[in-house]
Design a protein around this ligand. Structure first.
Ligand SMILES: *Cc1c(COP(=O)(O)O)cnc(C)c1O
Length: 449
């Protein structure tokens, strides 16, 4: 098909995610033909730096020789088979290594095929654990304002972004929500690098008061990504771990976005020196090649389900493509690449490059903050810097930056007034600089009027 035919048929038949379809009248979808490292290449040969890792999934670039090889090798054996009653080497190898690499003693790995499903699994596991452990009244979940845990009904219920959930509110589960950390607009006037997270108090109070009803607290460690890459300090997680221990509440860590090196360590919880009771992973797990997710649990949770069949304590959750061998083979190769190519060891140099741009972004009069954690960075544009007043959302400043950057060959994505960078971990310095320069220019133009 020619470029224009693809666009035409797309407009006739396709319904895209996270989009007002009408926007495509002015900004038609771009047909991608192939990928090359950090670049997406369209049907007309134009190249776009993938500054958002294709929605936070890609780790080592597109069309990666080692990942291609791992996938092809597995295709020649088997692409998929039932995972109840059967097992396979890539799944076993992946489970074994994830148990070792993740914080704490998360020795049990449950497979699903996307992040939302991993969250549903964690919620159901926690819920059922308490049902089977003599605490059937613990049925509620606590999450933070502006949290994002996926789009399925359970995951959306613990979400806090009104944009994604408001219209569905009547169909969602009843949950408790605490005000989350908001370091750029800190109500205490503190800084995230030096505070001891007094804002934790609101969550603490809620959990202490309702502990008898609460099964688990679910949060996104270190960065509330969909909220606009809101970065907060590790001490918040240490306080949460202590609180959950004290109140007999599970700590569910959703590292779907921040896992696999994004924050500078393999897992974000490492920076707090704590381990969750349940850990959700997805996105980067296959290097951005195929859908896969896992929920890890410790032995104590696992044992609450382990009994004779007649006890009816089994965890009966399942998905057709559970434990897909192609995805698992890729995930094992991703772990090999982390090790062989010393990926984490190379991040500090790229993080320093991001830091060098902080001052240049913040020199713009309408940039409120340039924040960074690991290789994730965000620029927050504001109408009034001294008051930290947001631009009215209807002006879609972030979306304008997105469109301008696209014209110059860079793929950024807006989150309201925030434009962020979450490039593949292996992005070459030259490409990262090009990405930052393009963004700087686009932000400058969009905030000039
Ligand atoms: C993307 C994301 C999810 C949902 O994952 P999907 O694969 O899109 O369903 C859940 N939690 C966080 C933190 C995410 O970033």
């Amino acid at each position: 098909m020619e470029y224009q035919d693809i666009v035409r048929y797309d407009r006739q038949h396709v319904w895209h995610p996270c989009s007002q379809e009408k926007d495509y009248e002015l900004q038609p979808p771009i047909p991608v033909e192939r990928g090359e490292g950090v670049y997406l290449i369209d049907k007309a040969g134009r190249r776009y730096i993938d500054g958002v890792s294709s929605w936070w999934v890609n780790l080592f670039g597109h069309n990666h020789p080692r990942l291609n090889r791992a996938l092809k090798d597995q295709v020649d054996r088997i692409s998929h088979h039932i995972f109840a009653g059967f097992t396979h080497e890539p799944a076993v190898e992946l489970a074994r290594r994830l148990s070792e690499l993740t914080p704490g003693n998360l020795s049990r790995v449950f497979f699903a095929d996307n992040g939302s499903a991993a969250v549903e699994v964690a919620l159901k596991m926690s819920f059922q654990y308490w049902q089977q452990s003599g605490r059937p009244e613990k049925i509620r979940f606590v999450s933070l304002s502006d949290a994002y845990h996926g789009e399925t009904v359970g995951a959306l219920s613990v979400g806090g972004c009104d944009l994604y959930r408001e219209v569905y509110r009547p169909m969602l589960l009843e949950t408790f929500q605490a005000r989350g950390p908001d370091c750029y607009r800190c109500p205490y006037g503190l800084h995230r690098d030096s505070c001891d997270a007094p804002c934790f108090e609101t969550l603490e109070q809620l959990v202490r008061e309702r502990r008898d009803q609460i099964a688990a607290v679910i949060i996104e460690p270190l960065i509330q990504c969909a909220a606009g890459m809101r970065i907060y300090p590790p001490i918040y997680l240490r306080k949460l771990r202590a609180l959950c221990d004290d109140c007999q509440v599970h700590y569910i860590a959703d590292e779907i976005a921040v896992g696999f090196g994004r924050t500078g360590t393999l897992f974000a919880n490492e920076q707090a020196g704590v381990a969750p009771d349940l850990l959700c992973l997805s996105k980067g797990i296959t290097g951005g090649y195929l859908p896969l997710s896992v929920t890890l649990a410790g032995e104590e949770i696992y044992q609450a389900f382990y009994d004779d069949y007649q006890s009816l304590k089994a965890f009966l959750h399942s998905h057709s493509y559970t434990g897909n061998p192609l995805a698992c083979a890729l995930a094992v190769e991703v772990l090999n690449i982390f090790k062989d190519e010393k990926i984490l060891e190379q991040l500090p140099a790229r993080m320093a490059l991001l830091d060098r741009y902080a001052a240049r972004f913040e020199a713009l009069s309408q940039v409120g903050e340039f924040r960074r954690c690991g290789l994730v960075a965000a620029v927050e544009m504001v109408a009034d810097r001294s008051r930290r007043t947001p631009y009215p959302w209807q002006q879609r400043r972030g979306y304008q930056v997105y469109k301008k950057a696209l014209q110059r060959g860079a793929l950024l994505r807006p989150l309201g007034n925030v434009v962020y960078f979450m490039p593949p971990l292996t992005i070459p310095d030259t490409a990262l600089e090009e990405l930052l320069e393009t963004a700087l220019q686009a932000v400058k133009e969009v905030t000039a009027c």
